[in-house]
Design a protein around this ligand. Structure first.
Ligand code: SF4
Length: 736
């Protein structure tokens, strides 16, 4: 008998509603859920791949233990795996100290309720300072700039895409990514709607992406010069008296005069040669932004993974403020997430702000950001002997060997560890170095709520997906796994009983805080949460919902499987602010200093050689979905895009092979000649390079591609956020 289940797709940031047709535990059909309050039936090709993901024979289903001597793997019971971990990890930490453990959290953690909550529990139990995540090869610059300007790492304004009249996008390709730091299903439909209602879209990118093709104007910027381009827009706004801060935020804006003083160095004529964009075009775009009834500037991955990532991310919101488009309909606005926290907690209008550099990395002395060190220091922290050297790692849903710079070095470093545990569904290029792999349950056997992504959505929405079925015998829930690891790290032992102890302690701490804020009895609140025997992530989610700004309960969400629409984004100034001053800090000292010390001097520098950038494909999501035939079949997507003029000059042929070399490494790759890329720029997508011995991803191996991060250096990073430079890498290209 066919039954229907409704789920939020966990595969990317768009959070589409899925309609799953089930025969028992088997998915027979995947459709877009027409009744989903947000996605209204939209689905991309990755969504349908869930069926294949669920049945992938290469997935790790039971714990695996590696015999180091023979480099072979065997199945293990959960108790055996945890006993082994409990035997090894504490010994290493007792001998070498807590920092001997490094923890790395991969991108899928942000799409999954259990690690969103229990990674933190495990990290706190670990008491190591060596915490890392994919954030510093991705969006950390935006979190830093948003934190400095508005008060928290999640105080990120998102374009009010459904109401805007003008959208300026830099380094973003939402037709392929489906949106990032801007959660909205059906990005193609929403973008087309802007133009259909008479609005305008301008895409600034070295590559004429699908998004650029569907826009009104493509501005072929030189890679890594977004900050200079945006400050030339700021200079034009000031010099032509176009600055017009909205009345309702004007009294809260601090630092406009400092920005005016900085901007004078960035006249469009000065910047034009650096950015490769004519001064007239920059001025015109500035005037269009100022004149549009509403407008939003949005920067994404290309503005982050570059040497001026934080300054570029900051400049995006400076333009939004100066054109009167911050916190207004059709501009850049703040979501009000149903789970509260971050920018919705407390009385509003003031907070603790953000602090960075409370600790420095041991070897190179780089600061921490939001409690984690940049991944550019991970390999050296493993390799360099001395107190605090990382000797053991835990990875959760991550593949840093493919996603981090100087991948070959990190690969060697991981191989040198004394012990490694990976919580993962694949034995991939990274987890092949583990001693133990702990799999997670089927995504249909767990509840789902996007805590992080809902706070970046272009509409206020709350959707919970209940488990479709129970875990299979022999499976273990991810949150229980993370609690057991926390128990081992806390010294509570490895037995299963520790799950309740850790979970009860966690909810107890959270309830105490929430009850104090709400002025209620903790015991009463805890009784409500635990009334029906609920525990684990669902109990904590229920707490977050009940104490959130809408006072929802998890039961209400369960009764509404298509989601609850909480309305469009609304102006939130000044209560959204969490800066220490209670103001919008338009000129944070860290950023002002960086503009003076690095960005202004960069105006004398033009790189005339070839520059490498990345690119995104609709059917790919970083590295982890390449073992699904439905997504990798067809034409080879891991190719080197080269402009035809460059190809002629370099004697490259379409379909031929080229060697691409940087100061860090080199790769050999198939050439694809195209005029959709600016002359002087070449492009390779990330997430490929599935040819490592010991990985167990047969289909990915058939479509291995090359690992572009072999070319990236750990010495090139944005110093304000620690984010690696993965775009704008000088390279030389020659035919093979
Ligand atoms: S756009 Fe993202 S969320 Fe929607 S179906 Fe595709 S992968 Fe899933």
């Amino acid at each position: 008998m066919t039954t229907i289940a409704y789920r939020t797709c966990p595969l990317c940031e768009a959070t589409c509603g899925l309609e799953l047709h089930m025969e028992g535990r088997d998915i027979t059909l995947v459709r877009g859920d027409k009744d989903d309050v947000f996605s209204k039936g939209f689905l991309c090709p990755k969504g349908t791949a869930i069926k294949e993901l669920e049945t992938d024979p290469d997935r790790v289903r039971v714990p695996q233990i590696r015999d180091r001597a023979s480099d072979t793997w065997r199945d293990a019971t959960w108790d055996e795996a945890f006993a082994y971990i409990g035997d090894r990890l504490p010994t290493i930490l007792d001998t070498h100290g807590r920092d001997a453990l490094g923890i790395y959290m991969g991108n899928p953690c942000a799409h999954n309720l259990a690690p969103m909550i229990y990674n933190r529990v495990m990290n706190q139990a670990a008491r190591t300072t060596n915490l890392y995540s994919a954030s510093t090869v991705d969006q950390m610059p935006k979190q830093v700039s948003a934190g400095l300007m508005f008060g928290t790492g999640l105080s990120v304004p998102v374009p009010d895409i459904d109401h805007t009249d003008y959208l300026l996008m830099l380094g973003a390709n939402p037709f392929a990514s489906n949106g990032s730091l801007m959660t909205a299903p059906d990005m193609p439909g929403r973008l087309r709607a802007i133009r259909a209602r008479g609005g305008r879209i301008v895409v600034v990118d070295p590559r004429r992406s699908k998004t650029a093709e569907e826009s009104d104007e493509w501005v072929a910027l030189r890679p890594g010069t977004d900050a200079q381009f945006l400050l030339a827009i700021v200079q034009t706004l000031f010099s032509e008296n176009l600055v017009s801060v909205s009345d309702h935020i004007a009294e809260f804006v601090e630092g406009i005069e400092i920005v005016r003083e900085l901007a004078q160095y960035f006249a469009p004529e000065t910047v034009a040669g650096v950015c490769g964009v004519e001064a007239d075009a920059i001025r015109r775009i500035a005037r269009e932004l100022a004149a549009a009834p509403s407008a939003a500037v949005y920067g994404r991955i290309g503005t982050c993974v570059q040497e001026f990532g934080t300054v570029a991310s900051w400049a995006v919101d400076v333009v939004n403020v100066l054109t009167g488009n911050l916190d207004r309909r059709g501009g850049a606005m703040f979501n009000r997430p149903a789970t509260g926290g971050g920018n919705t907690a407390g009385a509003g209008g003031k907070g603790r702000g953000v602090r960075f550099g409370r600790r420095s990395s041991r070897v190179r002395g780089l600061p921490e950001f939001f409690g984690e060190f940049p991944v550019v220091v991970l390999a050296e922290e493993i390799e360099t002997p001395g107190d605090g050297q990382i000797r053991a790692m835990i990875t959760v849903a991550g593949n840093p060997v493919l996603s981090n710079p100087d991948s070959l070095r990190l690969d060697r470093a991981l191989a040198s560890l004394e012990f490694m545990v990976s919580v993962d569904i694949y034995r991939n290029e990274t987890t092949r170095h583990a001693d133990v792999i702990l799999p997670v349950e089927s995504m249909l056997a767990r509840g789902h709520y996007d805590i992080a992504l809902r706070s970046l959505a272009v509409r206020n929405i709350a959707t919970y997906s209940a488990p479709v079925y129970d875990i299979e015998p022999g499976q273990h829930r991810e949150w229980e796994t993370l609690c057991r690891l926390a128990g081992i790290l806390q010294g509570l032992g490895h037995e299963y009983d520790v799950v309740s102890t850790v979970d009860d302690f966690t909810i107890g701490v959270l309830v105490e805080k929430a009850a104090a804020r709400a002025g209620v009895e903790p015991a009463e609140l805890l009784a409500q949460l635990s009334a029906n025997g609920r525990r684990g992530p669902e109990r904590i989610l229920d707490l977050m919902l009940r104490t959130g700004p809408y006072g929802l309960t998890l039961d209400q969400l369960i009764e509404n499987p298509h989601g609850i629409d909480l309305g469009p984004l609304e102006p939130r100034m000044p209560e959204v602010l969490r800066t220490e001053s209670g103001r919008i800090e338009l000129a944070p000292e860290m950023i002002v200093n960086d503009v003076r010390e690095r960005l202004i001097p960069s105006l004398d520098r033009v790189h005339n050689g070839l520059t490498l950038i990345g690119r995104r494909d609709l059917r790919s999501n970083n590295s982890w979905m390449h073992n699904l035939r439905i997504l990798v079949k067809g034409k080879n997507r891991c190719t080197l895009h080269v402009n035809s003029n460059d190809a002629r000059r370099l004697l490259l042929t379409d379909g031929g092979m080229a060697r691409v070399a940087s100061k860090t490494g080199e790769v050999e790759i198939v050439v694809e000649i195209t005029d959709s890329i600016r002359e002087g720029v070449v492009s390779i997508p990330h997430g490929w390079g599935h040819d490592s011995n010991g990985a167990q991803m047969a289909i990915a191996r058939e479509h291995a591609g090359v690992n572009v991060n072999i070319l990236a250096s750990v010495n090139d990073f944005d110093p304000l956020s620690g984010n690696a430079v993965l775009s704008g890498i000088p390279v030389e290209v020659a035919p093979l």
